[in-house]
Design a protein around this ligand. Structure first.
Ligand code: SF4
Length: 353
């Protein structure tokens, strides 16, 4: 998607802009821009002044940009210093000595970065970039669930607010949840806020002969909840040999019907390391953009869905945040909540190691 907004930089020479446009086009040429279209050199020329300006601002402000793989490709390949999933980006924040972190993803991820890197000013391009999972459960609601299940270990998926993390014993990601649940001594697990991932984990624990009982809350991811086993069956007829790749936020009947199930990072590695004639990616379209850019020989059928929250991010908003952030673009976490949330996040790093 081409970003709108003022794109003038006084001192950028035409040569520098052309050079930047060529750099962008080299990476973006295989990536879908709008439905049915690909990036062109002309479109790259339109955004080149803005990516040049943002990259200069980063240097001036000792800033880094952490971009989730679901955001638009011109952000991931134009200005991001690190691009990955929420776990890897949290690790980057934990070890960062930058004065400013622009977190291009959704707000709960930026909160996690602030908790792990409190000395940095953490900025978000758009404060409305929520998440249907994180927004599904408040700390009060979790306290009520804890009262109903006093013997359960409280495990929160990283897609949760800082307040919910602060109320939890341990935080997990899609990549390490199974390992961490296995290592917890408690038999009963209160897993929040994703009831679908909880169901997938319950099935996977049973398959490994691990005797644990998971209860959950009612949240779902509005992107991954859209996929169906019926659509997989149809596409297997249309595209013989297709490899169906899904995320554990998809319903159990979808993950059951898939050839590979894994975290965002694991999905990327699976595509990189396998050789199917087509891939049906049951996840956010930004990840397919990354795969198109990094594996131009692979073919992806039109199966992905857009996350409206991730798509609120834009180059213009990143630039504006770096020039003069609005107060709501600056992430603050109450120190007491941050301390308690950090305990659950640090326990994740410890148990996932
Ligand atoms: S893709 Fe789903 S889990 Fe990720 S931010 Fe969007 S709504 Fe939340």
């Amino acid at each position: 998607m081409v970003t709108s907004g003022p794109q003038v930089i006084d001192d950028a020479s035409a040569v520098a802009v052309e050079h930047e446009a060529e750099r962008l086009f080299t990476t973006l040429m295989n990536v879908s821009c709008r439905p049915g279209t690909r990036w062109t050199l002309e479109l790259c020329r339109e955004i080149a002044p803005l990516t040049l300006e943002i990259n200069r601002l980063k240097e001036r402000r000792n800033a880094i940009i952490l971009a989730h793989s679901y955001v638009d490709a011109e952000i991931v390949y134009g200005v991001a210093d690190f691009k990955s999933d929420s776990y890897a980006l949290a690790l980057e924040a934990r070890h960062s000595d930058a004065e400013v972190i622009v977190f291009v993803g959704v707000v709960f991820m930026a909160e996690t970065a602030k908790i792990l890197c409190p000395h940095a000013e953490v900025l978000v391009p758009d404060i409305a970039s929520g998440c249907s999972l994180a927004d599904s459960l408040t700390a009060d609601e979790l306290r009520a669930l804890k009262a109903e299940h006093p013997d359960a270990a409280v495990v929160c998926y990283i897609n949760s607010t800082a307040e919910v993390k602060a109320e939890s014993d341990v935080c997990v990601t899609s990549g390490n949840a199974l390992k961490i649940l296995e290592r917890l001594p408690e038999r009963r697990i209160l897993f929040v806020p994703d009831r679908i991932m909880a169901a997938n984990l319950q099935r996977d624990l049973r398959a490994r002969g691990v005797d644990k009982e998971i209860v959950s809350s009612s949240g779902t991811c509005l992107v991954h909840d859209q996929f169906t086993a019926a659509a997989i069956a149809e596409e297997r007829v249309r595209f013989p040999g297709v490899s169906v790749v899904s995320h554990p936020e998809c319903a159990p009947e979808v993950t059951d019907a898939s050839d590979f199930v894994g975290s965002t990072q694991a999905m990327m590695e699976h595509v990189r390391d396998s050789d199917a004639p087509y891939y049906m990616m049951l996840t956010e379209c930004g990840l397919v953009g990354r795969l198109e850019a990094e594996h131009p020989g692979k073919r992806f059928i039109g199966s992905c869905r857009l996350c409206p929250y991730m798509k609120l991010n834009s180059l213009a908003k990143i630039r504006d945040a770096l020039v003069r952030p609005e107060p709501e673009q600056v992430i603050e976490v109450d120190p007491q909540i941050a301390r308690a949330a950090k305990v659950s996040i640090d326990r994740m790093f410890e148990l996932a190691a």
